[in-house]
Design a protein. Structure first.
Length: 279
């Protein structure tokens, strides 16, 4: 796993307020460190415990979180822990315009995170456009999706980087997977066979909005992926396989748009289940 992969996965953990999957990317001796507070977690278990308390607090307060990948362009403090060129995440609450703190990760030779650092040090930063990275392979989703959050995380990474590894994504879409697509008030289009999904997804995901994919929680604590005017919801069947992805694109002008997220109303088969049933 690369530094960018780790940051994107931590991004999805904080935005969704769900630490599922974090144990797979942390080394046994992974520390969680806060600049100013010192070491909070001395190993993987303690780091997971602290991250869990963070996400539970975010969920309980119903605080929307937005994370963006950035890199440091200038350092203002001589004893700052990080320097120019280092990648990290900005973490914002309520509004994505002003961040509260930054997160950095160290990845060991085995590709596991051995340190997570939260910092409020004074840096000048620029946000990354990951679609133009030199090594697209570093953005591939690294494990088989098994939950709604996994699927939305994979889609988020794909959308933000413009890259998907066929072996790591399409192999988990089978012939029973359906995709429902609706643009504005137009009649929805349903792809009934997973065999048709790949070609359609290639076209859809090549759209590039001036935005960062973002996982949000609705009023019932479900997960929705937003990307510019597009929103997506994933539904699994009773076996935990991907049954349906619903995609909606809001075509209203910006001055007419609201903060509401568009949904596709469709009767699901008896074999599908909601995300609420999966956790």
């Amino acid at each position: 796993m690369t530094e960018i992969q780790a940051l994107l996965l931590i991004k999805s953990i904080l935005e969704s307020a769900d630490i599922h999957g974090i144990e797979n990317i942390l080394a046994e001796d992974c520390e969680y460190m806060s600049i100013g507070r010192g070491i909070i977690g001395r190993n993987r278990n303690e780091s997971i415990e602290f991250l869990s308390s963070m996400t539970e607090s975010i969920k309980a307060d119903n605080v929307p979180v937005t994370c963006k990948v950035m890199h440091i362009t200038d350092v203002y403090e001589e004893d700052a822990l990080f320097h120019e060129g280092r990648h990290g995440l900005t973490v914002s609450y309520e509004s994505g315009d002003n961040y509260v703190y930054m997160i950095f990760v160290d990845v060991n030779d085995e590709g596991l995170v051995d340190r997570i650092v939260s910092s409020q040090e004074n840096y000048s930063i620029e946000y990354d456009d990951l679609r133009f990275g030199d090594d697209e392979s570093e953005y591939a989703f690294i494990s088989a999706p098994t939950t709604v959050k996994d699927w939305l995380t994979a889609l988020s990474m794909w959308l933000e980087t413009g890259n998907v590894d066929v072996d790591d994504f399409y192999q988990y879409i089978d012939e029973d997977t359906r995709v429902v697509f609706q643009k504005g008030d137009a009649e929805s289009i349903t792809l009934e066979s997973g065999l048709d999904v790949e070609d359609y997804f290639d076209q859809l995901m090549n759209q590039h909005f001036d935005a960062v994919p973002h996982i949000i929680r609705d009023e019932e604590d479900g997960l929705i992926l937003t990307y510019g005017p597009m929103s997506a919801i994933a539904t699994l069947n009773e076996e935990g396989a991907l049954a349906l992805i619903s995609i909606y694109i809001d075509t209203r002008d910006e001055d007419e748009a609201t903060d509401e997220v568009g949904y596709i109303e469709e009767e699901l088969t008896k074999t599908t289940t909601t995300e609420e049933d999966l956790f």
